[in-house]
Ligand binder design. Structure first.
Ligand code: FAD
Length: 448
């Protein structure tokens, strides 16, 4: 996704753009080897949907026309979501247009982006080819292209380019290449979380469940998530995600058993007898990891890095594709000022956007006692305030709406600190305290 969206932006500034992809790409929305995480639920945050529509006008209508789902009526009863033990109110958002979500599987979303990209006259796709390395000028100041190897014949060729964008995902080899060129490797910020997903694709007739999206997020005494996402054309993905190295379920009966302790009973009852499509797919991810190209003393001209190749997050917050989309916007803005000093400007501007998502992921992960890492005072204060916001969002749809706008990356987290909003949260909190049993336990979650 990072590469496709970067290519879309590059097509406005360069005569030709070539997307090099190691997989032989399917025509339709099928899972593929190069994106193993594509079999897991992928939530497209509201901000990503907006950006996709900007980049490809009409894109969102196409998703819906082809069987994707849209949540645009603000009806929170279609949205069974609990953050850190706080269940969002089942009311209606005061302004339904303020948060609109689109649902589909990752292959479905990616397939649609690819189709639109292939429609651009100056973009070509070289699939079935591995990027084996980069080429550079003799003085090593500029990257001049990539060496690619065809899977069919093993032949190596060189593609020259004014700009190379590495979008090869978490396994990117740019750090090795930079070290070979004498630039050193980027510093890596990392928080080990040892996440594991197990998901089961299903067919579930439309309207079996009132909800389109069910997400029961981790709590301090339960570092696991349950998710049930409606996808395109009456398909669903039901998943359990575990953290802190807990072994995920391996079969559908095991998954149902695991979820029985904390998933909504009516959802489990509805999916239990649904038609399964294949078996359970697992995926593991060791850590949140941010490669700090923005902190390097220098990088060569003609080389950028985007998407998971810069920063990959604990996926339970659903940020990866949105951050990749935001980076495409940063790239477009940077290119408007020309190519001069492009890597430094891009890495620095994208780091500011990445930081917001990073703090959300890392701050939330560190609310769990099972995750080891420093918890500075600022983070603890933020967590305490988020806890108040979440308490208020159990009863107040306006608070829930603002919270969802922040989670959907439509608003900066600072929106949760605006005076009018703070007042509303405090008022709702007072009401909730008056109604709460005395032995209720407070837990905290960070979204700031
Ligand atoms: C379990 C899980 C669940 C997730 N859930 C969500 C979610 O709900 N919402 C969300 O927004 N994000 C989610 N993500 C994150 C999301 O998948 C990524 O952030 C997003 O795909 C952007 O990644 P990318 O495009 O940079 O890399 P990738 O999607 O990993 O794509 C990399 C591409 O590069 C190709 N490639 C790799 N090496 C080479 C090479 N040498 N030569 C040629 N081609 C190569 C691969 O074949 C692939 O096509 C999830 C991730 C995981 C692991």
């Amino acid at each position: 996704m990072g590469g496709l969206l970067a290519a879309r932006v590059l097509a406005d500034s360069y005569d030709t753009v070539t997307v090099v992809e190691r997989d032989v790409l399917p025509d339709g929305p099928e899972p593929r080897r190069g994106v193993p995480q594509g079999r897991q639920p992928h939530l497209l945050l509201a901000r990503a949907a907006q950006i996709l529509e900007e980049l490809f006008p009409g894109f969102l209508d196409e998703l819906v026309a082809d069987g994707g789902l849209v949540w645009d009526d603000g009806d929170l009863s279609k949205f069974w979501v609990s953050f850190a033990g706080h269940r969002l109110v089942r009311d209606r958002l005061p302004d339904p247009a303020s948060v609109v979500n689109y649902y589909g599987s990752r292959p479905f979303l990616e397939g649609h982006v690819r189709r639109r990209l292939r429609g651009l006259a100056n973009v070509s796709v070289l699939d079935g080819h591995d990027v084996a390395g980069l080429t550079a000028t003799a003085d090593r100041r500029r990257v001049t292209g990539v060496r690619v190897v065809g899977h069919d014949d093993g032949n190596e060729t060189t593609l020259t380019a004014d700009l190379v964008v590495d979008a090869t995902g978490r396994g990117s080899r740019t750090p090795v290449f930079l070290e070979q060129l004498g630039y050193g490797r980027p510093r890596e910020d990392e928080l080990v979380v040892r996440v594991a997903y197990a998901s089961q694709p299903l067919r579930l007739p439309h309207d079996t469940l009132q909800e389109n999206l069910v997400a029961v997020c981790p709590e301090p005494d339960r570092p696991s998530i349950f998710a049930a996402f409606a996808c395109e054309n009456d398909t669903w993905l039901v998943a359990v995600g575990t953290m802190a190295g807990i072994e995920p379920p391996a079969t559908w009966p095991e998954l149902l058993d695991y979820a029985a302790g904390f998933a909504p009973a009516h959802v489990l009852a509805a999916v239990r007898d649904a038609e399964t499509i294949g078996g359970v797919n697992q995926h593991r991810l060791p850590s949140n990891r941010w490669r700090r190209y923005d902190k390097m003393a220098a990088t060569p001209d003609g080389l950028l890095v985007v998407g998971d190749a810069i920063c990959s997050f604990n996926p339970i917050y659903g940020q990866g594709m949105t951050v990749a989309a935001i980076e495409a916007g940063v790239l477009r803005d940077c290119l408007r000022s020309g190519e001069r000093d492009l890597p430094r400007r891009f890495f620095s501007a994208s780091a500011k956007k990445i930081r917001v998502a990073w703090q959300t992921a890392v701050g939330s992960d560190l609310t769990l006692p099972q995750v080891a890492g420093p918890r500075p005072l600022s983070m603890r204060i933020t967590n305490a305030w988020t806890e108040r916001v979440l308490t208020a969002s159990e009863t107040d749809a306006a608070v829930a709406q603002q919270f969802l706008r922040v989670v959907g990356m439509l608003d900066e987290p600072s929106a949760l600190l605006r005076p009018g909003f703070v007042l509303r949260v405090l008022k709702a909190g007072r009401r909730a305290v008056a109604e709460q049993p005395e032995d209720s336990v407070a837990v905290s979650q960070t979204w700031l």
